[in-house]
Design a binder for this molecule. Structure first.
Ligand code: PLP
Length: 390
């Protein structure tokens, strides 16, 4: 059996294993160092009580003859699809357009199977799965640089006709959030180019400013050109539990008028067997008033971390974006190599970060700080950042 030749095209070594390797090497050389990670975007705080109760109750039901259930609908449980449509989208999408899944990353991978070897347009820097998953599918890539000069909103004219456009807002890694006008321009350009938009809204619950959009469907015309993916990972700490969803509007059509929703349903039923019924019970609980309130508390906790990190960096005169409506801070170190700055922060502060260049060439000279961490570690790390100024 020959190796799939597309694997040769993947960039060698994945960013986070390399970060891990450097961290380990530093720890071995300095066993006394108490390293704090503000690196990967993994949640750290426990599940909230109401959601935890729902998960436990669902698991217990499965242990009873009356409450046991096996496979469910591949598209997700009706009550959860309905709650997502009603609560998250305030009725802007219909339950039959919502597909519950085991997470946004898994949905992105299956969307890449759905669209195959098309032209794929990605923001640079970008969350790595858009690029690597496209390469595995044999898609050709077009990069849209998101830089300080363009205010992290890319030039859209580069979008080729008939392509798949990935857009993430609030953005990982830059923390930038597209305004309603910017999203309207994106939607208009994607429609003009007869393309399809995959809008990654995994951090939508981190948007606190009322004027900023949380969903692409807040923009007119988006239902005719956009699929949205979202996740329970970051708002309610389901990174390990695994639960997400996608929206494929019925109005979204291929160039020949056929339904994208119907093909997405086919992918869900063919390659996926439904999200865990226990996880779905937890996700459903997060939509009732108690669940909403707990979710806001958890998001607020991480956003206070973001504020602490950003203030510490700004006190040193480091220019930052993000950290206000997103749990990432994108810090600029002009003229410097990202890995070199990563090394300096590790050596002087014993803090692990993520080098911006790992997310794409436009990330060079940036460092991503993640706000996911225990408060005491974040306070300690923020204090240690002052050593960078010495
Ligand atoms: N999309 C973005 C932009 C992310 O940053 C992440 C996780 O870090 C995901 C998707 C993955 O979400 P999930 O845990 O639901 O697979």
């Amino acid at each position: 059996m020959k190796r799939n030749e597309r694997f040769e095209a993947l960039a060698a070594g994945y960013l986070f294993p390399e970060v891990g390797r450097r961290r380990k090497a530093f720890q071995e050389a300095h066993p006394e160092a108490k390293i704090i990670s503000l690196g990967i975007g993994n949640t750290t705080e426990p599940l909230t009580p109401h959601v935890e109760d729902a998960l436990v109750a669902a698991a217990r039901r499965l242990g009873t003859a009356a409450g046991y259930s096996g496979y469910g609908d591949e598209q997700g449980e009706a009550a959860l699809r309905e709650a997502i449509a009603r609560v998250h989208y305030s009725g802007a999408v219909r339950p039959e357009e919502v597909f519950v899944s085991d997470g946004a990353k898994c949905d992105i991978g299956r969307l890449q199977i759905l669209f195959g070897s098309c032209a794929a347009v990605v923001q640079d820097p970008a969350y790595p799965v858009y690029v690597d998953g496209s390469i595995i599918q044999g898609a050709s890539l077009v990069y849209m640089p998101c830089t300080r000069e363009n205010g992290f909103m890319p030039e859209l004219s580069v979008i080729p006709a008939g392509s798949l456009v990935y857009f993430c807002s609030p953005n990982n890694p830059t923390g930038a959030v597209a305004t309603r006008d910017q999203l309207a321009r994106l939607v208009a350009e994607v429609r003009r180019k007869k393309s399809i938009l995959v809008f990654d809204a995994a951090y939508s619950e981190y948007v606190s400013e009322p004027s900023l959009p949380r969903s692409v469907y807040e923009v007119d015309g988006a239902a005719e050109c956009a699929i949205e993916v979202n996740s329970f990972s970051k708002p309610i700490g389901f990174t390990g539990v695994r639960l997400g969803w996608s929206v494929a509007p019925k109005a979204l059509k291929y160039d020949d008028g056929r339904s994208v929703n119907a093909d997405w349903n086919r992918i869900a039923t063919t390659l996926f067997n439904g999200a865990s019924n226990i996880a779905q019970a937890g996700g459903l609980a997060s939509f009732d008033p108690e669940g909403r309130s707990e979710m806001r508390g958890l998001v607020g906790y991480y956003m206070e971390n973001a504020r602490l990190i950003r203030s510490a960096l700004q006190a040193l005169g480091v220019e930052c974006i993000g950290g206000d409506n997103a749990p990432y801070i994108w810090a600029r170190f002009p003229g410097r190599d990202s890995w070199e700055v990563f090394g300096e922060i590790l050596e002087k502060c014993h803090v692990v970060t993520t080098p911006g260049s790992g997310f794409g060439p436009s990330g060079q000279s940036y460092i991503r700080f993640s706000a996911f961490g225990h408060r005491e570690s974040v306070v300690e790390a923020a204090g240690r950042l002052a050593r960078l100024g010495r």
